[in-house]
Write a protein that binds this ligand. Structure first.
Ligand SMILES: Cc1cc2nc3c(=O)[nH]c(=O)nc-3n(C[C@H](O)[C@H](O)[C@H](O)COP(=O)(O)O)c2cc1C
Length: 251
């Protein structure tokens, strides 16, 4: 494999090798299920939490925020952020299905899953949750001991990651993209992740929250924290979220 190959398009003719889709292999599931059957429907009265709709102001004020106030997030604030980053608007197809979400994804393959490390959200027990994007629900995966320490440790000891009321942790199931794009799957999965996290920055700006993209993490620790095998499903990005501290708002 040559240097930067992951960033290159396919060879000369622009055609990927014969994909699993072209071979008639069944497509991977649109979503994983990680809970024990108790889904929490998320509220959608977003109007009550939006404080800014001006995209230019949000872009001008956007910074990576690494200090969070003690304040909890409300459930509708968390719901808003999940909707903006992975929300499903429509599911199409019969034998081959595709979801259309609030973020773009190469071929509408949507290889990402979103887990939510909840420390301070009104109405939610602390613990690790999984976002069921297709039905806009949360399911609890499990409780986690020493959450702040384990989050910080997973993030190469970036302490502030453990202090946020909520941390979104995105995993990838690369097979979903590989099924259609065998030569480009890695690149497309990473590009998809960028869109998702940018939507998080922007939607945080709309509700007075702040976030910081975290690409520097210990793979194995992060995979263990979320309880994925690190092969078929692996952590690729995370982002702590909280209300901005007063001084961060002014800065
Ligand atoms: C792919 C990616 C990975 C990042 N990883 C980290 C990280 O692990 N820790 C961190 O504190 N900031 C991280 N950041 C945030 C950048 O440091 C930040 O965007 C940059 O310093 C510019 O600052 P700004 O976002 O406030 O404009 C990451 C950003 C991106 C896009």
């Amino acid at each position: 494999m040559g240097k930067w190959d992951i960033l290159r398009g396919p060879a000369e003719d622009g055609a990927d090798k014969r994909s699993e889709e072209q071979q008639g292999i069944a497509q991977p599931a649109l979503e994983v299920i990680r809970g024990q059957g108790t889904e929490i429907s998320l509220p959608t009265d977003f109007e009550n939490v939006i404080v800014c709709r001006d995209i230019l102001r949000i872009l001008e004020g956007r910074r990576s925020v690494r200090q969070y106030s003690e304040q909890s997030l409300s459930l509708v604030e968390l719901s808003f952020l999940l909707w903006c980053t992975q929300g499903t608007k429509k599911i199409v197809g019969r034998s081959k299905k595709a979801a259309f979400k609030t973020v773009p994804s190469a071929g509408a393959r949507h290889p990402l899953e979103c887990y939510v490390a909840v420390q301070r959200v009104e109405g939610l027990e602390p613990g690790l949750y999984h976002y069921r994007s297709l039905s806009h629900q949360l399911e609890k995966v499990y409780e986690v001991d020493n959450f702040p320490q384990r989050l910080a440790e997973a993030a190469y000891d970036q302490e502030y990651v453990g202090t946020a009321p909520v941390t979104l942790i995105w995993t990838a199931i690369p097979e979903r993209t590989y099924w259609r794009y065998p030569d480009q799957a890695e690149k497309y999965v990473l590009l998809d992740a960028g869109h998702v996290c940018e939507n998080l920055y922007l939607s945080c700006g709309m509700i007075g929250c702040g976030t910081c993209a975290i690409g520097h993490y210990r793979q194995q620790k992060a995979d263990e924290l979320v309880g994925v095998d690190g092969e078929e499903e692996l952590v690729i990005y995370m982002a702590p979220v909280g209300k901005k501290k007063e001084e961060e708002v002014k800065a």
